[in-house]
Design a protein around this ligand. Structure first.
Ligand code: 1HN
Length: 355
């Protein structure tokens, strides 16, 4: 004989019956999910991951043999976070990929509401065009494609060019605010001299009564590595090393002092040789591209610590609220980007430096 249900058992049973009965009306009980909806601290499904360039490069090469840039529209290998399978995302809010363009190829003109950045990883002399102006790419150049600007890429030199793409695709998708259209021609017409954006806005001065042609985004669309590297060198020459960051600069929109694009903040930092950084964490998960030198990233989340030894052209991701410590025996330069401006606009950005 079964014992009659206890009071607790019959209450649990009645609750389950309540959930089943109201489900056709699209009603669900908050109290069953409240804890997961409002966690005491971020617990990102993202996994800290390293993509070694020496392992990735052969697959770019093979993709280059199997599909043209034109057929692919963009020939990119997505850096997909293993904690977000099938999502084409490197963090919950950001997309990243490595794009290859071979000599003679074009990637056709289009525009979309997603904002994009390029960070040049390998090769010199391909161009990207943004709203009528072309710029040539050099390793370490940081280039933006602001929301809803026409853009196409081409390679008229004799070496392959590879860059890191960073886009706010998951964020725009979250807001259901994605629009896109193709250009009338494969390559957009050139209407401005090469370098004119930088000439007008790249010298701590701006033409009077001018505003950015790109709305909330920076009027400069190529931040050349030679200038950024020099800025880093000058910072190092004149300022003390930061125990967490080494020497770290953020790229800015010169008209606002804020981020170059509304959703993404990029950074360039140098760790001097022998640097052993302190641990820190931030709510904005970040994507890193190794420019020069080598080092180690130690990332600690709730499931433990992983250590990556990184070399030039390697990429890695540090998820939200996991602690990061950077070390470099010989010194290195790192580019990185995150969705920090979005956190700041929403008033939810947090950073903790652990001593
Ligand atoms: C895009 O337009 C580019 O313009 C790269 O190079 C990657 C990923 C998804 C959607 C659009 C580019 C992209 C993209």
């Amino acid at each position: 004989m079964n014992a009659p249900p206890s009071e607790a058992e019959s209450l649990a049973h009645e609750r389950q019956q309540l959930y089943r009965d109201m489900s056709p009306l699209h009603l669900t009980p908050l109290w069953e999910v409240l804890h997961a909806l409002v966690p005491p601290q971020p617990n990102s499904p993202c996994v800290s991951t390293l993509w070694r360039y020496e392992q990735v490069r052969p697959f770019l090469q093979r993709a280059g043999e199997l599909i043209s840039a034109e057929e692919a529209v963009r020939r990119v290998l997505i850096l997909e976070n293993p904690g977000l399978p099938g999502k084409s995302a490197i963090t919950q809010s950001l997309y990243a990929g490595l794009q290859l363009i071979l000599p003679g190829e074009v990637a056709p003109s289009h525009r979309h509401t997603q904002s994009a950045l390029r960070f040049i990883v390998e090769g010199t002399g391909a161009y990207t065009a943004v709203d009528g102006e072309r710029t040539l790419m050099h390793p370490g150049d940081f280039i933006i494609t602001p929301s809803w600007t026409w853009h196409d890429h081409g390679n008229e030199v004799n070496e392959p060019v590879v860059w890191l793409d960073g886009l706010d695709i998951p964020m725009v998708s979250f807001f259901d605010a994605g629009f896109a259209e193709n250009g009338a021609a494969i390559s957009q017409p050139v209407t401005r001299n090469e370098g004119s954006s930088y000439a007008n806005f790249g010298h701590n001065m701006a033409p009077v009564r001018s505003s950015s042609p790109f709305g909330q985004s920076s009027p400069i669309f190529n931040y050349p590595y030679a200038r950024s590297r020099e800025a880093l060198h000058q910072l190092e020459a004149h300022s003390p090393v930061d125990p967490w960051d080494g020497f770290k600069l953020r790229y800015i929109n010169p008209l606002s002092g804020g981020a170059p694009m509304p959703t993404i903040q990029p950074f360039l930092q140098r760790l001097p040789s022998g640097f052993e950084g302190k641990a820190w964490r931030q709510t904005d998960g970040a994507v890193y591209s190794v420019v020069e030198g080598s080092g180690t990233a130690e990332v600690t989340g709730t499931t433990g610590t992983v250590r990556f030894h990184f070399n030039p052209r390697d990429h890695f991701v540090v998820p939200s609220w996991q602690t990061l410590r950077l070390h470099s025996a010989q010194g290195c330069v790192l580019f990185s980007f995150s969705d920090r401006p979005a956190h700041q606009a929403l008033g939810i950005h947090r950073e903790e430096r652990i001593s």
